[in-house]
Design a protein around this ligand. Structure first.
Ligand code: ADP
Length: 181
């Protein structure tokens, strides 16, 4: 599948608060080719791709079939950054690169507290980060060579991670004879 795409599909995943949206926005700005940032959580809300809203957890129960139908044409075309806290529902053939962001759990707790999350949601996410939930999910869903685990604690991490992904995009295009250089 990926061979027919002229631009890659980059999945940016990680526990909420690890910096996915911050990374995806900067990457969309710095990419050598146009990349559309898709904040999957926002898309679910905008397009009603959920079954219900769970008051207790303050989160949406996603209708996965609807979500996948919505994303399929975009993934086939390529040139997107999929920003979501989980990645195992995306078909393996969609992803060219899976970036898993990681953050020290104390720092993560502070970020989620600032975001106004209820305590149990902070605890749940904090525990998920400690237990390596998202990285294990990524490793069990995709080929090891496309899964990259990156630290996202300070601005230097953000900048170096984004420039690393930009270099990866350039190499991806070169490998396919798509770059001008
Ligand atoms: P996510 O999309 O994973 O939920 P966000 O990108 O919204 O996370 O980031 C959560 C908060 O943490 C934001 O206030 C953001 O500025 C901060 N943050 C995330 N990553 C970094 C980083 N590498 N350096 C500095 N601040 C960061």
């Amino acid at each position: 599948m990926s061979t027919s795409r002229k631009a890659p599909v980059i999945v940016v995943t990680g526990t909420p608060g690890t910096g996915k949206t911050t990374h995806a926005e900067l990457l969309a700005q710095e990419s050598p080719i146009p990349l559309k940032h898709i904040n999957v959580g926002d898309l679910v809300k905008e397009k009603n791709l959920y079954e219900e809203y769970d008051e207790e957890w303050q989160s949406y129960t996603v209708d996965e079939d609807k979500l996948l139908d919505e994303l399929e044409p975009l993934a086939s075309e390529g040139g997107i950054i999929l920003d979501w806290h989980t990645c195992d529902i995306f078909p393996e053939r969609w992803a060219d690169l899976v970036v898993v962001l990681r953050c020290n759990h104390t720092m993560l707790w502070d970020r989620l507290e600032k975001r106004g999350y209820p305590l149990k949601k902070i605890q749940e996410n904090n525990e998920a980060e400690i237990m390596d939930v998202v990285i294990e999910e990524a490793r069990s869903s995709y080929a090891p060579e496309i899964v990259v685990e990156l630290q996202s604690e300070g601005t230097e991490d953000l900048e170096s991670n984004v420039s690393r992904i930009v270099q990866w995009i350039e190499a991806w295009r070169k490998d396919r004879g798509l770059s001008d250089s």
